[in-house]
Design a protein around this ligand. Sequence first.
Ligand code: NAD
Length: 482
Amino acid sequence: MMDLHHWIDGAFVPASKGGWIPVTEPATGKTFARCAAGTSSDIECAVQSARSAFPAWSQTTTAERVALLERFAALIDDHCDELAMLESQDGGKPIARAQSVEIPRVAENLRFFASALRHEHNDAFTSAPDVLHWTHRRPRGVAGCISPWNLPLYLLSWKVAPALAAGCTVVAKPSEVTPATATRFAELSGEAGFPSGVLNIVHGLGSEAGSALVQHPDVPTISFTGGTATGRDIAVSCAKQFKRTSLELGGKNPFVVFADADLDRAASEAARAAFSNTGQICLCGSRILVESSVLPQFQEKLLAATAAMRVGDPADTTTHIGSMVSEPHYLKVKHAIESAPGTVLCGGGRPSDLPDRCREGWFLEPTILTDLPESCALEREETFGPVASLRAFSDESDALRLANATPYGLAASVWTKDLDRAHRLAQRVEAGVIWINAWMVRDLRTPFGGAKQSGLGREGGIESVHFFQEPAGVTLRLGDPS
Ligand code: NAD
């Protein structure tokens, strides 16, 4: 049984009120750790530590910050297997995915923002021979970073790295559902040499620790990734104090396949888009829209690609789909499937051939439904599980109408060989991230974020660093040379 304490002022500390939250391995249903149940007093300690560390940290040179971020990245690489094992145990995700995608991305996030910092430059120009203008960017102080359970360390580090690069100190609140790797991450930040108080991690429930962080008057910047309903509450709370807020929220993303597309590739990517990480990625393509003339062929290929994905023990390196993250989430997704007024093409239940170790785990087969009314919950609301719907469209305008027919606007994937159509859709699909003949191909330099109810603001590239800084326009008039 592991005890996961807060990391405040460069040391592990227990919850001030002594409370614990049990941490369960969802693939086995067994509790393997407990994390500190943080409250507003723990947030207070962490914010004060971050405030004390801020003056010195904000004055460090670019070279010093770059060196620390790179040293931290190297330590993540050195501990990749250990972190991947913890991430898989905590969230039920396949170990191979944690090892080859998610933990390497943590190191990449740290290196990317070290490099962004190294290449940062600001404008300077003259408006008259004796007048010089430039932009001075100063770090905004203590940054609050709140992250979800689906890609725990990948997303936490995607916020922490630019905040530290910007010269801010950080109080981070990881998800209480998957707190394990954040704890190790904090410890490794100490080994990397970050001064005490520069990075603090407070565990706890969103309604207690998360909410206290959002409301704290000494935290002027909040970077949040999570559900749309939580994001809405946080936006309201932050608006009252004029906090700068970045909100990366839910999605209900269309995966649109035209008749002229490479149907084999589109079908295998559609299965990957729907079921990667058990469908628990905000970018998953959970609404598969197919031009009616090729629907029968496409459906056959999609079902074959889905059947080839092995659901099993996350600790087994050959597993493609692990368990759901928790019992409540499993029950929610199962209910969404059972109450959907459509036809189940595949899946819908619990896999029958799980190993003994996983008998009590929260597993669901990859599920595809069809014949759903356009207005039903499964077509409009985020389910965030291994469930996708399949629907025919008649022509391009029908495809566009269906693609945009939800309150969300996070990502879209469009499959066609017609370049004109690809450009038209890229301009008209209401989404912050659009892939043409691809899904989940990311470059950290590109803007990332959602339209409509999928969020506010963009992460990615130097914009992520600038989010944590306050720009000031400075103007200098030269004295009379005579
Ligand atoms: P969630 O909103 O329940 O929780 C996210 C984080 O916010 C957790 O750390 C939680 O403890 C905290 N929290 C909860 N209530 C809070 C409050 N009132 N004040 C402050 N903090 C609070 O989301 P989740 O269930 O952990 O994650 C799944 C959701 O995240 C899905 O909707 C998914 O689409 C979304 N997500 C979005 C992106 C993106 O980049 N757009 C990426 C990953 C996940």
